[in-house]
Design a protein around this ligand. Structure first.
Ligand code: MTE
Ligand code: MOS
Length: 770
């Protein structure tokens, strides 16, 4: 093992700003991603052949030219799958590895070529002769509904009170439709899998957030028990939800080929194929109605959430459920009814993406607030404050709010961002009537933490204490850049009171910790941190008991002190104590386990406590918009975000910044566009624009609510951070709307659809001017 003492010079216990465990490897290019692993001798390379029709039946599939191409070793189709030709995550049976004879979307894999090199495989794949009989296709959820397409999974309704009566009794009412676009994950490291067969099984190295799922999918595809498949991942170059299920395809194809040929096979699609063949954030069309009073208080809300799910269920059930769970964002709706419409479409099957449907719910709540504010000529922030939940109130899913901290967050952010004065300055600036207009908005987020499928809220760990006092930690979570392994190491360092450099978190592998959940729902640290702590506590208890007995003293006379074990009056260096314990035959390793308490959820009744707690935050964004071109810049953003007692403020701030910028990208420049034939035309960075470094807010102040403590007994009273701040990007979208509205003197709600690309902004300006 390399000397890791350079990694983190200072002891890094929980709550300290320690740098990411791989930061120095990332910046020096030495961090190994799946594609960097040495390829075993004889490794072959696969490429996928994708469909070129949105919906149809294959009439001819002539793969002879592919087989005859130079370097080709094999060509695989559905007939070559030894087990089940299905990679649907929840066993829906609707997601074939290789499609046929029916093709459900443009870009669906039909076959794979295995060749001596990746380049030869890709060239060969292009030689297939495929003919189709076209069938009608539906690309967007409304067209699909009107065309009689079914749901991919059962819809959900959340209701409380009587929305019809509430609406009828409301003095004022509004309604509207909001179109919200999807988003490509654009992980910098694309999908990749390397399958290595041997006489006893299959080892798969894959960029995945969900090793256990890959294990099961590969086992099903090969028709072998799960114990013959080992899945490993050291790190991902980003996942963002795009590697929660989408890697199954690549892992299964590589494994099927590897088994058939008894040689290692690697599959790494290029960016265009990756974007065409893998699912994205769900686009939504949201029809909303709201009743309210003249003070801007919301009385009733009704919403229909139509989602573009794509051709199969994938995770669309829980994603569209979560859209409803967040359609209140932070506001109390006295009477409410929310309905999901998980619509099947002839597009790639949409999947998890940071926020998991939550952002699409939150943006609907913020649209309603905005509509009310414009109708009443109020500052939207005022309307927000009047509708914030109070402790004791019930959400649409009947969970009681107990930990509301948004009033304090708003108050502090209003002060630190100088909101009132800056809003006035924006109004004064716009009153001059120039081409450039300014806009400002302050938006909160309340995000529920836990997997809504309660059984996923469990985690395991394995902690090894070696006789030299160094520690190897394993847990079920995966590292995708979010800093999970760093936080876990800090937790262990603190537990044993030893320097962080003594701790190594190794790759995630199904060999060490089985039956894991995806690293998702922002709960990686919450779940795995607790499981790791459980393992540490067991080892510690054994050490305490051993030394107490050996010295004939009370257990509380033995203590872990920095770098030492204090036994009575004696301070024994940690490594010496561990060595002594080993000689006395004390077990120096342990497993650990955790299951989140208190949560339960009954989907049939739409009631329960799906979330252990809520994470809160708010952002204030100011933009300037060029009303002649529709272009805009983010002049300033101020964020105050709640992570409870931060396990690592530096990493948490990085998560907040990254999430904010990614959320802004979703709502501004990132536009997915399908042509009339159903081909995704935005399948590369040339046509799909993620935010650049130059697109970040010119002034960007991110702070953590350092006074916040998780009211629940979470890991060290911290809160999950991965997804919640994503929704703070909505502040930018609303600020753009504010600038746009100025051209009609704020009399009309801007009603921008998302993403608010410069074209859309320009069209909104023109609409409001006329
Ligand atoms: N941060 C980085 N750098 N890369 C990622 O892929 N994924 C996000 C978030 N932050 C992601 C990230 C998503 S979608 C989730 S659910 C969480 O990290 C998952 O990790 P956690 O549960 O450990 O926070
Ligand atoms: Mo995150 S969308 O839960 O992987």
């Amino acid at each position: 093992m390399k000397d890791r003492s350079d990694l983190n010079a200072a002891a890094g216990f929980a709550h300290q700003s320690v740098k990411h465990e791989s930061a120095h490897l990332h910046v020096t290019g030495r961090a190994d991603y799946t594609d960097d692993l040495p390829e075993p001798a004889g490794t072959l390379h696969a490429a996928l052949g994708l469909s070129k029709i949105a919906h149809g039946r294959i009439t001819t599939l002539d793969l002879d030219p592919v087989r005859a191409a130079p370097g080709v070793i094999a060509v695989l189709t559905a007939d070559d799958v030894p087990g089940s030709n299905d990679i649907s995550p929840a066993g829906h049976g609707d997601a074939p590895i290789f499609a046929g004879p029916e093709v459900m979307f443009w870009g669906q894999p039909l076959f794979a070529v295995v060749a001596e090199t990746r380049d030869l495989a890709r060239r060969a794949a292009a030689l297939a002769r495929v003919e189709y009989e076209a069938l009608p296709h539906f690309l967007d959820p409304i067209a699909a509904r009107d065309g009689g397409m079914d749901y991919v999974t059962a819809p959900l309704t959340l209701k409380r009170g009587d929305v019809r009566a509430g609406m009828a009794a409301s003095p004022l009412r509004l309604e509207g439709r909001l179109n919200v676009g999807g988003q490509d994950h654009f992980y910098l490291e694309g999908q990749i899998a390397l399958a290595v067969p041997d006489a006893e099984g299959m080892t798969v190295f894959v960029s995945t957030q969900h090793p256990s799922e890959v294990q099961h999918m590969v086992a099903h595809a090969l028709d072998v028990p799960a114990n013959q498949v080992v899945v490993n991942v050291r790190r991902m170059g980003g996942g963002f939800g795009g590697k929660e299920t989408q890697m199954n395809l690549f892992a299964c194809v590589a494994a099927i080929a590897a088994r058939q040929l008894e040689r290692p096979v690697k599959l790494r699609p290029d960016r265009d194929e990756d974007m065409s063949a893998t699912g994205k954030r769900h686009d939504f069309v949201i029809d909303y109605r709201a009743g309210y009073d003249k003070h801007g208080k919301i009385l009733a809300v009704e919403g229909d959430f139509h989602a573009r799910c794509g051709f199969s269920a994938d995770l669309s059930g829980p994603v569209t459920d979560r859209a409803l769970f967040h359609a209140d964002n932070a506001y109390y709706y006295p009477d409410v009814e929310l309905r999901s419409h998980p619509q099947r479409t002839n597009t790639v099957s949409n999947t998890a993406f940071r926020g998991f449907g939550g952002p699409q719910g939150v943006i609907a709540a913020e649209r309603i607030i905005e509509d009310i504010a414009y109708a009443l000529h109020l500052d939207p922030l005022e309307v927000r404050k009047r509708n914030l939940y109070q402790n004791g109130q019930l959400t649409p899913y009947h969970q009681t709010i107990e930990d509301q901290i948004l009033p304090r967050i708003f108050a502090e952010l209003e002060a630190s961002a100088d909101y009132a004065a800056r809003r006035q300055a924006v109004l004064d600036f716009n009153a001059k009537g120039g081409v450039i207009r300014r806009g400002i908005a302050m938006v909160p987020v309340k995000f529920g933490i836990s997997f809504t499928a309660t059984f996923f809220n469990q985690a395991g760990a394995l902690v090894h204490l070696y006789t030299d006092g160094s520690i190897m930690v394993n847990h079920g979570g995966t590292e995708m850049g979010q800093g999970l392994h760093t936080k876990i190491a800090q937790i262990v360092a603190e537990a044993f009171q030893i320097d962080l450099s003594r701790i190594r978190v190794t790759r995630t592998t199904t060999e060490k910790v089985p039956n894991t959940s995806a690293t998702a729902a922002s709960s990686g640290t919450d779940l795995n941190g607790m499981a790791v702590l459980d393992a540490c506590d067991q080892i510690k208890a054994r050490l305490l008991a051993h030394f107490a007995t050996a010295k004939g003293i009370a257990p509380d006379q033995v203590q872990f002190t920095p770098g030492h074990l204090r036994v009575g009056d004696e301070e024994i260096p940690f490594a010496d104590a561990i060595r002594a314990a080993y000689m006395a035959r004390v077990q120096l390793w342990s497993d650990g386990f955790y299951a989140t308490p208190k949560i339960h959820w009954d989907r049939a009744t739409g009631q329960g406590r799906p979330f252990y707690y809520f994470a809160y935050g708010a952002a204030c964004a100011e933009v300037s918009v060029d009303t002649l071109t529709g272009e805009y810049v983010i002049e300033r953003a101020d964020v105050l975000h709640d992570v409870g007692r931060s396990l690592n403020p530096a990493i948490d701030i990085g998560q907040v910044e990254g999430a904010f910028v990614q959320g802004t990208g979703w709502l501004t420049s990132e536009e997915l566009w399908w042509d009339a034939k159903g081909q995704l035309r935005t399948h590369a960075p040339s046509t799909y624009k993620i935010p650049l470094a130059s697109d970040r807010p010119k002034i960007f102040n991110v702070a953590l609510a350092d006074w916040s403590v998780n009211a629940e007994r979470s890991i060290k009273r911290s809160k999950a951070v991965g997804e919640p701040p994503f929704m703070l990007g909505i502040s930018v979208w609303e600020a753009i709307g504010h600038a746009v509205a100025s051209v009609a003197n704020y009399r009309i709600a801007p009603r921008l659809d998302a993403p608010a690309t410069p074209e859309r902004v320009l069209m909104a300006v023109e609409r409001l001017r006329s």
